[in-house]
Design a protein around this ligand. Sequence first.
Ligand SMILES: C[S@@+](CC[C@H](N)C(=O)[O-])C[C@H]1O[C@@H](n2cnc3c(N)ncnc32)[C@H](O)[C@@H]1O
Length: 257
Amino acid sequence: MSWNPDTYLAFASERTRPAADLLARVALDKPQWIADLGCGPGNSTALLAGCWPSATVEGVDSSPEMIARARESGVHADWQVHDIAAWNPDRSYDLVFSNATYQWLPDHRALLPRLMRHVAKGGVFAFQVPNNQNAPSHAAMRETAADGPWAAKLKNVRGVFVETPSAYYDILAPHASARAGSIDIWTTDYLHVLEGEDAVFRWVSGTGLRPYLDALAPDERDAFTAQYKARLNAAYPRRADGRTLLPFARLFAIARV
Ligand SMILES: C[S@@+](CC[C@H](N)C(=O)[O-])C[C@H]1O[C@@H](n2cnc3c(N)ncnc32)[C@H](O)[C@@H]1O
């Protein structure tokens, strides 16, 4: 799947907010080694490096475009183009952090325990994933995909992988410290206030829509986009002041090891 840092960063403030909210619940004094998995253009990594300037921070992402942008960000970190599915460093970390990324990787029951093995004793594993698969934005994406000449082509476009909060408890707890309070899981509903035309379309263009657009030829892409925008604009009408409200549910999980 291709990533475009400019499209993604068009909503940098809204996309970074959950990383800040996750980080606010990470109770670590002086972590020395930190990994930001799926660091994207470095916006989440910037928070980590800012919070603990003396730590060694590694930003890991499979997209060369995202890592190139992260390198230009001026954030002091060690940037690595790497697939999280194959991430197997030979050291452990005080914090393994990830904002808005694990939903792209399958089989969290196997993935998360494997990643947690890289957290040092007393360290923290923290992540956030979107919890909006049934939101109108995503339902309209699936409807548009199923309802056009491209249906066969888009039939196998991969969805995202997100479990329920209690499933995450069951996945994390066996690998976390047995002490009370070692697991912290919560959900938050944001209400993003977006400016300009086709705001929700521009939002999803930076993330969830990409696998669909990547699978289409340019002329199909235009027709798909027109149909999808019509559905989105009906589901997310502009307010009297011209802005668009995007409710967005997110799921947060922290495990102390
Ligand atoms: C939505 S962005 C999140 C960026 C940043 N962490 C933030 O807080 O906004 C998701 C990132 O995950 C990366 N990604 C997706 N699948 C990945 C994988 N298997 N391995 C490494 N990175 C991956 C993408 O390249 C993208 O940069």
